[in-house]
Ligand binder design. Structure first.
Ligand SMILES: Cc1ncc(C[n+]2csc(CCOP(=O)(O)OP(=O)(O)O)c2C)c(N)n1
Length: 281
């Protein structure tokens, strides 16, 4: 793999920090939304939107664009932030998150520029991504399809039906990323339905598997580069992350899955910690 220059790594880490800032700002203003699983996915979205995806914000419907499906649709704050920062719509719109009349509702829909699939009902995104990847092959187009799934989400059986379908059709143009933050709605995934050995499960379903630290942008870039070399299999990146990453009182806490900062003090603490982290990047 070509070495990624240090300035690029730093830029991607700064973008992840900006995404986190927006997640706090948006959920705090809306007094609702899902910060935990948005914060865990910040580096993944930063790498996708500022390094990986072949997209054109001026032409969101470009037929040859790479597709992205945020299967864990509740992580919309981080997703909308990445889309706005990338230029699909003005960043000011993020201040209207979840407001009546805004196009930035709690879960992504096709009215949002840059969004390729309506999501929010968990378990469906990979099937949609499989359909898009098959369509690319049928149309002789070389775009790739990326899907981001939650680890709680993949307890849903439909995900595994889609996984079998993808390997059956040799969808080497499909890359799934699992945000393995170990927590789902209100508890730890392993206390609800165990997923491990997760890497082996995907292997046995016929996928290439890459297991990485999902907060290390270099590792994310590397895994995606390797995945793209596949000539006959879909690939999955198991991104080991921390739910609530970057805000101390949210880290590893099921409480902040679907709860914004609870008061002014929590809001200020979150912003202060993210500003401190930014200075260290
Ligand atoms: C079909 C369906 N069932 C239940 C929910 C409610 N729900 C929203 S988020 C969530 C937990 C998701 O956990 P995970 O996939 O691990 O997401 P993350 O921790 O990354 O936020 C649930 C059960 C839903 N959105 N869709």
């Amino acid at each position: 793999m070509a070495e990624v220059p240090q300035y690029k790594i730093r830029e991607l880490r700064l973008k992840a920090n900006d995404i986190r800032r927006w997640v706090i700002e948006m959920t705090w203003r809306a007094k609702s939304g899902h910060p935990g699983g948005s914060l865990s996915a910040a580096e993944i979205l930063s790498v996708l939107y500022f390094h990986e995806l072949r997209i054109d914000p001026k032409n969101p419907d470009w037929p040859d664009r790479d597709r992205f499906v945020l299967s864990k649709g509740h992580a919309s704050p981080a997703y909308y932030a990445a889309l706005a920062m990338r230029g699909f719509f003005p960043e000011d719109e993020l201040l209207n998150f979840r407001k009546l009349g805004s196009f930035l509702q709690g879960h992504p829909s096709l009215i949002v520029p840059g969004v390729d699939m309506c999501t929010g009902s968990l378990g469906q995104g990979l099937s949609a991504a499989v359909g898009m990847a098959i369509a690319a092959k049928m149309d002789n187009r070389d775009y790739r399809v990326y899907a981001l799934l939650g680890d709680g989400e993949i307890q849903e059986g439909a995900v595994w039906e889609a996984a079998m379908c993808a390997s059956t059709h040799s969808l080497n143009n499909l890359i799934a990323i699992v945000d393995r933050n170990m927590i789902q709605l209100d508890d730890f995934t392993d206390r609800m339905v165990k997923l491990d050995p997760l890497e082996e499960k995907w292997h046995s379903f016929g996928w290439n598997v890459f297991s990485i630290n999902g907060h290390d942008v270099r590792q994310i870039i590397y895994a995606l580069e390797e995945a793209k070399k596949s000539d006959n299999k879909p690939s999955v990146v198991i991104a080991h992350t921390v739910k609530g990453k970057g805000v101390s009182y949210m880290e590893n806490s099921p409480k902040y899955h679907g709860k914004p900062p609870q008061n002014e003090e929590e809001y200020k603490t979150a912003i202060r910690e993210l500003e401190e982290a930014r200075r260290g990047i």
